[in-house]
Ligand binder design. Structure first.
Ligand code: GTP
Ligand code: SPV
Ligand code: MN
Length: 584
């Protein structure tokens, strides 16, 4: 028996987009082989070296279709006020009118795939079903890695189950007519004219964050742009943490951290539960539990190496897709920061010959790997636990060359909400825009919050009132502070274990800290960084709170918060005023 609502929607989309064929996906190996074969035969997939990268492929996107496009992303709520000042808004009826001619006949000559997928562990009370209709076999191949696609979704859906709808048409890839449009009241996303990442894999940012954040507001939970990790100490005690960093600011890397030998030998361990998105809900014991809605990683390739993140390198060594990276003559991949000297000869991400003398990068800075989470050597055995894992710490962070210390702890949930709401980070290549430009990115959710940002802050505060003292402790980190020569003070990657250990100790109520105007900070000694070879001045600078810089920061935050008008929660203005007086 079928699902009448789903079938009716499929019929409606078929009548509009006029595909030549329809394929219902079940996620089987046989189906995957067939779709990958089709991608190879059309040249969309280049099979990689069968020994070094079994069942793996390289894909190249359109050169003007390489990242999320925030200016082409729309929240089409009935009321403009619900989208808020940080989102582009269009009236739902007007957007449907705009989309109709772009979709009409858009799938002519193509196959439309019906892709049911489950977000969250099977059997989890938090799991949700989505269905994406797409004419892109590349999207299907990616969704098969990124989600629990096919059977697990159909089982959860039954004949009457609810699902979120995503309609995706590649169309002509015309950037002027590119629309990533969300209709929260219809539980619907429509994406046309892009075939890249978060614009086209509608399970990811479109459903698991933008639509889900609206569901979370209405149902009393949180949908966040956060990694989830487990830190195990030498006594075997586990501390579960989430961290929200903006795109390309280190979530995947922190989630897969390998402690340096001294810590590993002592018994410290980090395991990954998720690297990009967390759904958090109160458990029966009143604590906040997190699940990873995804089943794969869509990770930034450049900078990923056997030195910086071996776990990611192993995860994407087989059954993976690489998009917009460089190809070596032997059918393996390469990117800037891969490690070692650049090869003499490459084919760059656009398919052109490349040599170390070339003026352009070999890989696109937002080139990515799509890899199954279960292949990650450090994946937690609890990563698909239906009930999720209880979170003790939530960490915010961004790229800040100055001002922000390595780490500090907020006083409480309300102050932590303020710390998240006032986050600022340098822009990266993950979205179209000027790389390096400083911008506010509250909770790393600026591009992903599906409703009014100030209402979202209210929802955070409301969650805190419900959770009371059982809420996670909230921290802020910055791996990207620079010295006068522009070099990072902090070695980052595995060495950041020291910061996680301090955080875990603080969650247990121990761990030395000094009170600063902005929150508790560790002492240099408690970071156990003597072996890092940091000069004392650098070590001090990592934790320095410069009052003049901070006074300017607080003034800028006041302007920012007040730009949300009446809607800004008074608690956040009060926190800013309190910080101002502590700095005075
Ligand atoms: P999205 O998938 O876009 O949401 O990004 P992400 O937050 O998972 O970022 P990711 O971990 O992929 O890191 C992005 C870039 O930052 C990569 O080039 C990393 O090598 C670099 N990076 C990550 N952690 C560190 C760190 O501790 N120090 C430094 N200097 N660079 C880092
Ligand atoms: C991000 O940009 O935060 C990503 C990649 O994780 S994308 O799926 O394109 O959103
Ligand atoms: Mn992301």
């Amino acid at each position: 028996m079928g699902h009448a609502t789903l079938e009716a929607w499929v019929d409606e989309v078929v009548r509009l987009t006029l595909p030549d064929a329809i394929e219902w996906c079940n996620g089987s190996d046989e189906e995957s082989a067939r779709i990958n074969g089709r991608l190879v035969s059309t040249g969309s997939f280049i099979p990689l070296n069968a020994e070094k990268h079994p069942n793996s492929y390289l894909a190249r996107s359109g050169p003007n279709d390489v990242a999320r496009v925030e200016d082409r992303t729309f929240i089409c709520s009935r009321d403009a006020e619900d989208a808020g000042p940080t989102n582009n808004w269009r009236a739902p009826a007007a957007m449907h009118e705009t989309l109709r001619p772009l979709l009409a006949g858009a799938m002519r000559g193509k196959t439309m795939y019906v892709v049911p997928y489950l977000l969250g562990p099977p059997g989890s009370p938090m799991a949700k079903v989505g269905v994406e209709l797409t004419d892109s076999p590349y999207v299907v191949a990616n969704l098969r890695i990124m989600t629990r696609m096919g059977e697990p979704a159909l089982a959860a859906l039954g004949e009457t189950g609810a699902f979120s709808r995503g309609l995706h048409a590649v169309a002509s890839l015309d950037p002027q007519n590119r629309y990533i449009s969300h209709f929260p009241e219809e539980n619907l996303v429509v994406s046309v004219n892009s075939n890249y990442g978060g614009n086209a894999l509608l399970s990811k940012k479109c459903f698991a964050l933008r639509l889900a954040s609206v569901l979370a507001r209405d149902e009393g939970w949180l949908a966040e742009h956060m990694l989830i990790l487990c830190l195990t100490d030498p006594q075997g005690r586990k501390t579960y943490m989430t961290a929200a960093f903006p795109s390309a600011c280190g979530k995947t890397n922190l989630a897969m951290l390998i402690p340096p030998p001294r810590y590993r030998d002592a018994g410290w361990k980090v395991e990954t539960i998720g690297d990009d998105i967390a759904w958090l809900k109160f458990g029966a014991d009143g604590r906040l539990y997190a699940v990873n809605p995804e089943a794969g990683f869509f990770g930034v390739a450049p900078g990923t190496s056997y030195r910086t993140n071996p776990n990611a390198m192993f995860a994407c060594s087989t059954n993976s897709i690489f998009t917009n990276v460089a190809l070596r003559p032997d059918g393996t991949v390469w990117w800037e920061g891969y490690g070692g000297a650049p090869p003499d000869q490459l084919i760059d991400w656009r398919g052109r010959p490349w040599t170390p003398d070339s003026k352009t990068t070999a890989a696109h800075p937002n080139g990515r790997f799509t890899a199954p989470a279960r292949q990650c050597p450090c994946i937690s055995p609890e990563w698909d636990r239906p009930e999720g894992v209880p979170i003790s710490a939530m960490i915010f962070g961004g790229r800040r060359a100055s001002v922000m210390p390595l780490v500090y702890q907020s006083w409480n949930w309300q102050h932590g909400t303020y710390v998240g709401a006032t986050m600022t980070s340098e822009r990266t290549a993950a979205a179209a825009g000027t790389v390096g430009e400083l911008r506010r990115d509250p909770m790393a959710m600026l591009p992903f919050c599906g409703y009014h940002m100030a209402d979202y802050w209210r929802h955070w505060l409301e969650m805190g009132r419900r959770g009371g003292d059982l809420m996670p402790r909230v921290f802020h980190v910055n791996w990207f502070r620079k010295d006068a020569a522009g070099k990072f003070f902090w070695p980052g990657f595995g060495e950041s274990i020291r910061v996680l250990i301090w955080i875990a100790e603080r969650c247990r109520g121990s761990g030395p800290a000094v009170e600063s105007p902005i929150g508790w900070i560790p002492t240099v000694a408690s970071l156990d960084a003597a072996d890092l070879g940091l000069a004392q001045a650098a070590a001090d600078a990592l934790l320095r709170i410069d009052r003049d810089e901070w006074r300017a920061e607080v003034a800028a935050r006041e302007t920012y918060l007040k730009s949300f008008g009446d809607k800004v929660p008074p608690e956040l203005l009060a926190e800013n005023a309190a910080l101002a007086s502590r700095l005075a």
